[in-house]
Design a binder for this molecule. Sequence first.
Ligand SMILES: CCCCCCCC(=O)SCCNC(=O)CCNC(=O)[C@H](O)C(C)(C)COP(=O)(O)OP(=O)(O)OC[C@H]1O[C@@H](n2cnc3c(N)ncnc32)[C@H](O)[C@@H]1OP(=O)(O)O
Length: 219
Amino acid sequence: MSHESPDPRPEPVAPAALVRTDGSVTDRTWDGHLVPEGYSDMIDGVRELLDRIAAAVPGADLVASTTKAVAELNDRFAEHAVAEPDQLSGRLITVPGRAQLAVPAVHIDEIGEDGMSGHVWFGRHFLGSNGVVHGGAIPMLFDDLLGRFAIVGGGARSRTAFLHVDYRSVAPIETTLRVTAHVERVEGRKHFLRGELLDGDRLCAEASALFLTLKDGQQ
Ligand SMILES: CCCCCCCC(=O)SCCNC(=O)CCNC(=O)[C@H](O)C(C)(C)COP(=O)(O)OP(=O)(O)OC[C@H]1O[C@@H](n2cnc3c(N)ncnc32)[C@H](O)[C@@H]1OP(=O)(O)O
């Protein structure tokens, strides 16, 4: 059984090249590794695939061909495995979601030293139930976004000490939601940050977090 339904996915806005928030273009990760052309498009494609799989009831033919294609891709990617310091995924700071597939892709509209605003669109991959974003995806979004500000400036490595999320109202999937984040205060190594997720003017969730700059030699 198949239903014709309008495709709710927004037009892709992630650029093919890695465009920084000031409009300049880079082809490197934040720690200097060269990124192959089309890498962020590949990540966008895989994100879409996750949404498509979540939303589909495939026939046996499609299940079998997908299983075979995925097995082949797994083998090919295994041949290109690198050690953690050399990996690209998660290190593309200019790409929504840093090319880390577990992280919801936040598109930054404005960014400064102390805060940012942007938007995010959760596809079916992030469905909890009843048209609502999975509750676990929202802390993931905040941890990643707020953690980014803990390294703005000196670029020092930091780690989440606590992340508190209040779910104020449901966050719908397949809807463009607004995201804000700002630094509340800094006390030595301690960076206190806050964030909000909004559907229009309606507050869906808010977060407060403490990130600690790591000491020399701290793992
Ligand atoms: C761009 C990329 C963005 C990605 C962001 C993703 C970030 C992450 O998810 S990191 C992974 C998740 N987090 C972790 O695994 C952290 C595990 N915990 C730890 O490693 C340690 O407990 C760590 C580093 C947080 C703190 O340890 P340590 O550096 O020894 O701090 P410590 O000396 O105990 O405390 C320092 C200060 O922080 C305070 N503090 C520490 N933890 C907490 C806490 N949970 N709540 C409140 N205050 C705290 C202490 O009270 C102390 O305050 P003060 O200086 O005023 O006395």
